[in-house]
Design a binder for this molecule. Structure first.
Ligand SMILES: [Zn+2]
Length: 267
């Protein structure tokens, strides 16, 4: 297993220019999260987020090309076929099932996947080739969850407010990032489980990381990501809740559970 483990890594670069506020009324209106129905601060429209993410992805692909990391696009490439197959299954049981999401696979030995918050997720072969199908489904669910839960837009919104008060904090860091990681883990677990993948796959994975790494002294993301041990613990608790669901669930029931289940519910 690679020594550098992010599991997801919402990898966000600072923007040269903060995104525009949508409108004045949007600025002061609290929205309600589409997954949890909790009030959230989100000043950025979906269209603007998608546009911004598209530009960042284009830049990232140019950078990969410059650095000699291949963008794998051949439809017959077995690595891409496998990734897309699992991605499509998990995506179909997410809040974004009707929104297209690009799957970008980069030939790179680093263990990482990330999203810019719009309609794309980037995976490195160092991650996809390391994980079995159930574990990869959990990572895919996690990344889709970051987009579905508007984590990047919400953090950017906080940064905008901070800018107004003279404190610019462009990265996903600290307490908010920790909560966002845990939320994405749990939402992603639901997506992957409803798609038919083993709910305890991510538990096993993070427990192994904890054993291998001896943990957080070596975790460069310890300030903004849950510890491996914590991650395994709360994922186990949530996997237990999901494993009590009946095995044979109808398609209609699966879609209902995507909206309301033992981990979160929006009625
Ligand atoms: Zn994440």
């Amino acid at each position: 297993m690679a020594s550098l483990i992010m599991g997801c890594g919402v990898s966000i670069k600072p923007l040269e220019q903060p995104p525009k506020l949508v409108t004045a009324p949007e600025y002061i209106r609290i929205k309600f999260d589409r997954i949890t129905n909790q009030p959230v601060l989100n000043l950025i429209s979906t269209a603007e987020m998608d546009d911004r993410a598209e530009r960042l992805l284009e830049q990232a692909l140019l950078n990969y090309k410059t650095m000699g990391f291949q963008h794998i696009t051949a439809p017959s490439d077995r690595r891409l076929v496998r990734l897309k197959h699992i991605f499509d299954r998990v995506h179909n049981y997410s809040h974004l099932k009707d929104s297209p999401i690009k799957v970008v696979l980069i030939e790179n030995p680093i263990f990482q996947a990330y999203t810019f918050g719009g309609g794309a997720v980037v995976f490195y072969t160092g991650l996809t080739e390391e994980l079995d199908d159930d574990q990869l489904a959990a990572v895919i669910g996690h990344e889709i969850a970051h987009i579905a839960a508007n984590h990047i837009a919400e953090e950017t919104s906080r940064s905008l407010v901070n800018t107004e008060t003279g404190y610019w904090r462009p990265h996903l860091t600290g307490f908010y990032a920790l909560n966002a990681e845990m939320e994405a883990d749990q939402i992603g677990l639901v997506y992957a489980t409803l798609a038919g993948y083993a709910p305890d796959a991510s538990v096993t994975f993070w427990a192994e990381q904890s054993d291998h790494q001896g943990h957080d002294m070596l975790n460069p993301f310890a300030d903004s990501h849950p510890t491996y041990q914590d991650r395994a613990k709360y994922l186990q608790e949530n996997a237990d809740k999901l494993s009590r669901l009946p095995r044979n669930i109808s398609e209609e029931k699966r879609q209902e559970l995507m909206l309301c289940n033992p981990i979160y519910c929006k009625q």
